[in-house]
Design a protein around this ligand. Structure first.
Ligand code: KG4
Ligand code: ZN
Length: 401
């Protein structure tokens, strides 16, 4: 089955085309035929975080070029084939009244290229920024509508968090078709019950997996997400958005230099009985330090970055390991943008030792991408869990139940 996937929940516009077969660890196989990703991070830098209306506008502009790039890499752009009539193109206009720029791009695309060889379209419906999610949904509705006279393509709505979990559960040798021919990948063995920690710019959640694709959220952040804590402290330290990789790089230097511990930040909710997190106190503590030290030396900045990373990672590792023990989890899955953090990976590897297997996504698939949406979309499509285009709705607070 060939799945075309669209991701627009935050500030990355992603499109991927994968081919997959089978349904579980024994027989599931897939390959990435083509994928493209366009980050808006630079545009959002001056806001220190994602500015929703800007994200919406950019997705509207970028989706068609990103789709074309993914299809070109998959050798499925089909130039000169006329599958969509002028009448159908005109009938798309009312569907895209709020995305006029996208309508213009799409009209050009339909006039120049035929329909790709796909069996289903997957789209992120939440959680995320609703204005941004709606652009992806309207885009998918338009594609479905335009191609329908030739062939009805079913649509699957995907939970972004499930994508982050599943991409950590597939073979780590995923390659990008942009630089290498597609390789067949499989699922890695997950022993249940499993625990998943999702750490991204918008989420910090502990999810119990009693079985394959069965989820129960047992803990979440009460305020800022782990990635947000990185982003906000980075901003206080005048580092560009997204802050996670920036803080991480300075922290690494501090460790190499073996700098002394100059600052002490709190470890919020470390001893709390629940599986919830709270990271907003960290930025307040960092702000106080930054305000008191107007002209920090490089060593002081690096030391503060290391203390920030240590504080976040220590809390994440300690609470997750307690959840792993108390639920008898045999596999730990860590996903979401913050799972790209090398210190976090090292600390989890140490904490899990030989007793619990820990899975991370390939680093380049830790942050948002459309391959993870294609994977989650495939498993839903295989179960025929389709949604009619008119029933697709963006849900900014969608949960994994
Ligand atoms: O999953 P993601 O790409 O987007 C959301 O779904 O939110 O996560 C983005 C977040 C940002 O907050 C970014 O600062 C953080 O992931 N991040 C990192 C690293 N790479 C990305 N945080 C810490 N260390 C990293 N290496
Ligand atoms: Zn994400």
């Amino acid at each position: 089955m060939r799945i075309l996937a669209i991701e627009t929940s935050a500030d990355e516009t992603g499109v991927a085309l994968i081919e997959a077969s089978g349904s579980d660890e024994k027989d599931f196989q897939y390959k990435i035929l083509g994928q493209a990703l366009l980050s808006q991070a630079e545009l959002h830098t001056r806001y220190g975080g994602i500015f929703p209306n800007l994200a919406k506008r950019e997705h509207g502009r970028n989706l068609v070029p990103v789709l074309m790039e993914a299809l070109r890499l998959a050798d499925d752009l089909n130039e000169g084939v006329h599958d969509v009539t002028e009448e159908t193109i005109s009938s798309l206009e009312p569907l895209l009244t709020r995305e006029h720029e996208m309508y213009t791009y799409l009209s050009g695309y339909f006039r120049a290229y035929g329909m790709p060889h796909i069996d289903a379209i997957a789209v992120t419906v939440g959680p995320g920024l609703e204005p941004a999610l709606w652009v992806g949904i309207n885009f998918v509705r338009a594609l479905q509508h335009a191609w329908a006279p030739k062939r009805e393509i079913p649509i699957v709505g995907v939970n972004h968090l499930e994508g982050h979990i599943l991409v950590a559960q597939v073979d780590s040798k995923i390659q990008n078709a942009a630089s290498a021919p597609p390789v067949d990948c499989k699922l890695r063995t997950v022993n249940y019950p499993a625990m998943a920690l999702l750490v991204s710019g918008g989420h910090t959640e502990l999810v119990l997996q009693e079985d394959w694709m069965k989820y129960k959220t047992i803990g979440a952040t009460r305020d800022d997400a782990a990635g947000e804590a990185f982003d906000k402290t980075a901003r206080l330290m005048n580092l560009p958005y997204p802050g996670g990789p920036q803080i991480s790089a300075l922290a690494k230097t501090a460790r190499i230099k073996r700098l002394p511990r100059t600052y002490e930040l709190p470890r919020p909710m470390l001893k709390d009985e629940s599986y919830d997190f709270s990271f907003s106190g960290l930025k307040t503590a960092v702000k106080k330090i930054v305000d008191e030290h107007k002209h920090p030396t490089d060593d002081e900045r690096e030391s503060l970055a290391r203390e920030t990373e240590d504080a976040i990672v220590e809390v994440l590792v300690a609470k997750t390991m307690r959840a792993v023990e108390e639920h008898g989890a045999k596999t730990l899955v860590v996903g979401g943008g913050v799972s790209a953090n090398s210190h976090l990976r090292e600390q989890f590897a140490v904490a899990c030792g030989d007793s619990v297997e820990v899975l991370f996504p390939p680093t380049e698939y830790a942050t948002d991408n459309a391959v993870m949406i294609a994977l989650a979309g495939y498993f839903k499509a295989a179960k025929k869990e389709f949604t009619a285009p008119s029933d697709l709705h963006a849900n900014g607070n969608l949960r994994l139940v």
